[in-house]
Design a protein around this ligand. Structure first.
Ligand code: GAR
Length: 204
């Protein structure tokens, strides 16, 4: 079934781009109904405009790290008005609260640049490097009330190389992010999955 996506971002929007590319290539049955960014000049908005996708700045003040209160209400209203059935967090650097999770129960996805449950939070690739990991990666998961704790849909691993810097490692992870998000959305579109407690059971 065609997914009606609402994308929330704060930055460059390369993950949104990978979703747009998959839709355009005919490998993902979805449409992006709206893109919202909490940063006025975020590149993700520029990308959306370039693809003629409706987009808006979402003023989240006075909260700095959360989507809460009036901003959360605005967000839910805009998503509903746009006919969104699935919310895609794509580099959205805020913690979403129960209001959005209840409005979109088991329909909010996030991408996190680490192999969860290792390294939740920010700058996960730097955490992996500092820890001395030999493998890093990316996780796409359903969002629950915790931070980066929801049921995992897709994971991809990448090697950590001897001469990696945070930038080179993040770049290698991002290549896999752009594979992982369309793959996770294809699973949702196929409806061939069940959430069983912590586990997403996928029948392919
Ligand atoms: C991605 O690397 C994503 O995994 C990360 O932000 C980047 C956004 O890139 N998300 C988080 O760290 C969430 N905790 P993009 O704007 O180019 O898609």
């Amino acid at each position: 079934m065609k997914l009606k996506l609402g994308v929330l971002g704060s930055g460059a929007g390369s993950n949104m781009q990978s979703i747009v590319d998959a839709i355009d290539a005919g490998t993902l049955d979805a449409e992006i109904r709206i893109v919202l960014a909490d940063v006025q000049d975020a590149k993700i908005l520029e990308r959306a405009r370039r693809h003629s996708i409706p987009c808006r700045y979402l003023d989240c003040a006075p909260w700095k790290t959360k989507l809460e209160g009036r901003a959360e209400e605005d967000c839910i209203r805009i998503l509903k008005e746009a006919g969104v059935d699935t919310v895609v967090l794509a580099g959205f650097m805020r913690i979403v609260k129960p209001g959005l999770l209840e409005a979109y129960k088991n329909r909010v996805l996030n991408i996190h640049p680490a192999l969860l449950p290792a390294f939740p939070g920010v700058h996960s690739w730097t955490q992996a490097l500092d820890y001395g990991c030999k493998v890093a990666g990316v996780t796409v998961h359903f969002v629950d009330a915790g931070t980066d704790t929801g049921p995992i849909i897709v994971q991809k691993a990448v090697p950590v190389l001897e001469d990696d810097t945070p930038e080179t490692l993040h770049a290698r992870i991002q290549v896999q992010e752009h594979v992982a998000y369309p793959e996770a959305l294809r699973i949702l579109a196929s409806r061939a999955y069940r959430i069983e407690g912590r586990r997403v059971a996928i029948s392919r």
